[in-house]
Design a protein around this ligand. Structure first.
Ligand code: NDP
Ligand code: AKG
Length: 437
């Protein structure tokens, strides 16, 4: 039987609980989602037929504020996956000191098989189904895998129609023309780059003169909103990106790929695998076509999984050769694999810190929508850098003080904040529904 993703995710919590003094009641409440909604979404297809899609929205915990988290459109979406993603959002917002709880949503489908009109009907139908479960003060969705600003725009519009009131703050990651924040579309990759640079500085301060110089070679799995942007930042900063991939496989060259050309090629052809490339249009250097499995096990300094969960498990962890892994995807490494990687001396920088740039700028978007004052791109990026580097520094110091993995340190940091909020509100353990005096 395959292990539940949420059960595995909770093991990270158990490890961190040993280092914090939060009440048993508070810890118990963090083991299961507060509410899970499952909906059916009927959609009229272009050929006149009706298809019913399954969707979910999960609120994991709202102690620290309204719940927050993206919406995923993907064929592998399940309730267990959405609950795990909502669990991670709870700890991510706490680790970044963002005044939100954790949520996530998803619809089980392959959006690449729908026309634009079908996708719009599906997106509006999903909002019809979850409208009473979301709101600017209760639960605020955003984009995730295979959703984008256009879809967020349709969703915001549908919610505003239902409420008969313009409601930009109900959803973030909107097009800028509809109140979206400058910098949100690149925030996840940009935030990951800020964390990586901060951690490289900590590592180099720790290194003695005899140890190898700064890491330079990088492999990136997933070339979407998150992966392509972090690859581009690293390329611009002088790192050698030896491999990238998408759902159809990857490309590799020890000399380093030209990331701007690949971004262009990917936009034109939807693939990073350039089978044909006219030199005047696209300057790809000679490369080898590789599988995603091969990419993960390349001998590189830095590996960046930026696609889906469970890419590195007990089945392939032994084959991983990277020195450092930065989790831009949510949940790309299982807990068993964590232990194998640690024993091999590989340092993992966890998702709830590394990919938190997205939700940080989503928070900024919500603040801008509510205040009606809009910030420049520079202001957004400066605030993002300040907030995410502060979290990275704190987490690094916790890891050094307690001699834990960076992941456990991130959970300790988040738990301190969650525990304080829960204790301040009261755990409500003695209140049982229907049992009022
Ligand atoms: N968007 C955001 O703001 C945030 C995203 N994240 C996380 O980052 C990860 C990526 O999300 P995002 O970039 O937004 O999503 P996108 O939809 O923009 O891109 C996903 C990328 O992953 C690739 N991919 C899909 N399946 C596989 C696979 N089996 N093997 C290799 N590559 C695959 C896709 O390939 P193809 O292009 O061929 O379809 C695409 O390049 C997710 O884990 C997400 O939860 C985390 C925080 C915020
Ligand atoms: O931007 C947001 O609100 C959420 C982003 C997200 O889904 C994530 O961080 O995994």
């Amino acid at each position: 039987m395959t292990k539940s993703l949420l059960t595995d995710a909770s093991r990270r919590l158990d490890r961190a609980l040993k280092y914090v003094t939060i009440s048993e009641d508070a810890a118990e409440r963090l083991k299961a989602p507060k509410a899970s909604l499952k909906v059916s979404i009927p959609v009229r297809m272009d050929d006149g037929s009706l298809k019913v899609f399954e969707g979910y929205r999960v609120h994991f915990d709202d102690t620290r504020g309204p719940t927050k988290g993206g919406i995923r459109f993907h064929p592998q979406v399940t309730l267990d996956e959405v609950q795990s993603l909502a669990f991670w959002m709870t700890f991510k917002c706490a680790a970044l000191n963002i005044p939100f709880g954790g949520a996530k949503g998803g619809v089980t489908l392959n959006p690449k098989e729908l026309s634009k009109a079908e996708l719009e009907r599906l997106s509006r139908g999903y909002i019809d189904a979850i409208a009473n479960f979301i709101g600017p003060d209760t639960d605020i969705p955003a984009p995730d895998v295979y959703t984008n600003p256009m879809i967020m725009g349709w969703m915001m519009d549908q919610y505003s129609i239902i409420r008969q009131q313009r409601s930009p703050a109900v959803i973030t990651g909107k097009p800028v023309a509809l109140g979206g924040s400058l910098g949100r579309s690149t925030a996840t990759g940009t935030g990951a780059f800020y964390v990586l640079e901060a951690m490289m500085e900590h590592l180099s301060n720790k290194r003695s003169g005899k140890q190898p110089s700064s890491p330079k070679t990088v492999a990136v799995q997933g070339f979407g909103n998150a992966g392509a942007v972090v690859a581009r930042h690293l390329f611009d900063a002088g790192y050698t990106i030896v491999a990238v991939s998408d759902s159809r496989g990857g490309i590799y060259t020890p000399n380093g790929l030209d990331i701007p050309s690949i971004q262009k090629f990917k936009a034109d052809t939807r693939s990073v695998k350039a089978v044909y490339c006219d030199g005047s249009v696209c300057n790809l250097v000679e490369h080898e076509v590789i599988t995603n499995d091969t990419l993960l096990s390349l001998d590189v300094d830095i590996l960046i999984p930026a696609a889906l969960e469970n890419q590195i498990t007990a089945a392939n962890a032994d084959a991983i050769q990277a020195r450092y892994i930065f989790e831009v995807a949510n949940g790309p490494i299982s807990t068993d694999a964590d232990d194998i990687l640690e024993a091999k001396g590989i340092t993992v920088f966890p998702d709830i810190l590394v990919n938190a740039g997205g939700v940080t700028v989503s928070y900024f978007e919500w603040v801008q929508n509510r205040s009606g004052l809009y910030w420049t791109l520079d202001e957004v990026n400066q605030r993002l850098k300040k907030q995410i580097v502060a979290a990275a520094d704190t987490i690094w110091h916790i890891a050094q003080t307690h001699k834990t993995s960076v992941r456990t340190a991130a959970y300790i940091h988040a738990l301190n904040s969650l525990g304080a909020a829960m204790d301040a509100r009261g755990t409500r353990a003695d209140y049982v529904s229907g049992n009022r005096e």
